[in-house]
Design a protein around this ligand. Structure first.
Ligand SMILES: Cc1cc2nc3c(=O)[nH]c(=O)nc-3n(C[C@H](O)[C@H](O)[C@H](O)COP(=O)(O)OP(=O)(O)OC[C@H]3O[C@@H](n4cnc5c(N)ncnc54)[C@H](O)[C@@H]3O)c2cc1C
Length: 463
């Protein structure tokens, strides 16, 4: 089994994970300087090019296209809102939050349409997602979550509660007591999407400099670690969970929280028929420390979960190596879910960071005085959210009044995370307490969510 190497997807597509594009070697003037070649940076470049094909766009990437979360995720293109609806509504009103949710739902189809128009095959398919509940407490949370979703912009055809039998008819997960099916989710192969987008913006004239780390940003300027200066009316910091590492950006606005994935070797047909997972829906559970999975186009299961939640001082990994305990935990989830499927060997394990703000609300910011723009805090739901954020940034830059430019996350300033060691203690204990809550609920086959889980969500601002 491979471990690290960024991800199974990137390792497969990038021969030896070499940087392919030349680094920036000299100072530069351009119209838009984008820092970071992940989904946010690349979608922003693409949308700006659609508004104004003549714009000169330069993208500075510390490593290579897809090196961050965009090349490492599980490929759920979901409409899940990276925001605490109640908190956002208190600031911007209920209607704005409902419109935000509807924008997210429609954005999934928009992404698929663009990929088809631009001939990008990222194995995109809209098969929805199934969440199984394996305790009555998890089922009660699903019912509450469905009611709340319908209150906040989803329509009844988007989310249905499933009986145990109906859930089993989709995927036979051991111990299922019921489930929830969400039709709005699609699946992609992350590396095919991020590298496809990079080639697309290059064809349209953008220049990507790999191996070009930005050390600092200031008004209308980005300075690389090698000392080159890029001057531009707009400097867009699209580095999500890594943003605190750049001078000139707030250090504690986003905490990089770890997420880990293992991917199996292709399953035999007999294993698929035992599991009964015959369609392309994504799959997850409703535990507090939840797992999420996709069935890949080549017949593997990529299953992810939290693992070690956070590195002290907001440090980030480089090549995504996962500790043995987390690999074992994710592997054991597979045998726990599918005990009759026999041995399911792993091919690769990796991890990456998701960006989480103190109030669990994503944001988009653009300071017209300094030209510095940024977006982040997608909290692990960034595949669609990055596209929506890119639309907000592009429309704001081009002065287009649209549903995107008006979304309530524009200008939202999440409070800063505490300095260390409080940040480490807070995030690590939250996931520790969630783990305890899961164990309590499973052991007691609990009807109601363990109070300790509510406490954990409160102290870290999730609730
Ligand atoms: C394991 C895992 C599973 C996930 N699963 C899902 C999922 O199934 N569905 C979903 O919606 N979301 C998922 N996410 C989250 C999603 O992948 C991210 O929210 C999204 O990709 C963020 O995109 P981005 O472009 O903003 O950031 P990134 O993709 O992280 O891109 C930032 C880029 O900036 C570069 N960079 C960093 N610092 C600098 C610097 N100083 N100078 C220049 N460049 C720099 C990085 O190398 C990177 O390429 C997952 C994330 C992880 C880690």
């Amino acid at each position: 089994m491979k471990n690290g190497h960024i991800s199974f997807w990137m390792d497969r597509d990038l021969d030896g994970l070499q940087t392919k594009r030349p680094r920036l070697e000299a100072d530069l003037e351009t119209d838009v300087c984008i820092v970071g070649a992940g989904f946010t940076g690349l979608w922003t470049a693409y949308l700006l090019q659609r508004h104004d094909p003549a714009l000169r766009i330069h993208i500075l990437e510390s490593d290579f296209v897809g090196h961050g979360a965009s090349g490492r995720n599980d490929g759920w293109v979901s409409a899940l809102l990276s925001a605490n609806r109640r908190k956002l509504a208190a600031a911007s009103g209920r209607d704005a939050v409902i419109e935000f949710q509807r924008t997210m739902i429609e954005a999934v189809d928009e992404i698929i349409d663009i990929l088809s128009d631009e001939n990008i095959d990222a194995h995109q398919v809209k098969g929805g997602h199934l969440r199984v509940a394996r305790t009555p407490a998890a089922l009660a949370r699903q019912e509450a979550s469905q009611r709340s979703a319908l209150d906040w912009g989803y329509r009844p055809e988007h989310i249905t509660m499933l009986s145990r039998q109906e859930a089993d008819e989709r995927i036979r997960v051991d111990g299922t007591v019921g489930g929830m099916f969400n039709t709005t989710t699609a699946r992609i192969d992350p590396s095919l999407l991020v590298t496809g987008l990079a080639r697309l913006v290059e064809r349209r004239g953008a220049v990507i400099h790999e191996n070009t780390r930005v050390a600092a940003v200031a008004a209308h300027t980005a300075r690389t670690a090698q000392g080159q200066r890029v001057r531009a009316p707009y400097v867009l910091v699209c580095t999500e969970a890594y943003s605190g590492q750049i001078d000139g950006m707030p250090k504690r606005r986003i905490a990089p929280v770890n997420s880990s994935i293992v991917i199996t070797e292709p399953l035999a047909e007999s294993q698929w028929s035992t599991i009964g997972w015959n369609d392309d829906e994504c799959f997850g559970d409703s535990a507090h420390v939840f797992t999420y999975a996709q069935r890949t186009a080549d017949g593997r299961i990529a299953i992810g979960g939290r693992g070690k939640p956070y590195r002290y001082g907001s440090r980030t990994d480089h090549a995504g190596e996962v500790d043995g305990k987390t690999v074992q935990l994710l592997h054991s989830r597979l045998t726990e879910y599918f005990p009759d499927a026999g041995e399911i060997p792993l091919a690769h394990a990796w991890c990456g960071v998701i960006g989480v703000t103190r109030d669990w609300c994503a944001f988009v910011d653009l300071d017209q005085q300094t030209g510095i723009g940024t977006a982040g805090g997608y909290a692990g739901h960034g595949v669609t959210t990055a596209f929506v954020a890119a639309n907000t940034l592009a429309d704001r830059i081009c002065g287009v009044d649209s549903r995107y430019s008006r979304l309530p996350w524009f200008g939202h300033r999440p409070p800063l995370w505490e300095p260390e060691p409080a940040r480490w203690i807070g995030i690590t204990s939250m996931y520790g307490l969630f783990g305890v809550a899961d164990t309590q609920e499973e052991r007691a086959n609990a009807e109601r969510t363990a109070p300790i889980a509510r406490f954990a969500a409160k102290i870290t601002g999730m609730d």
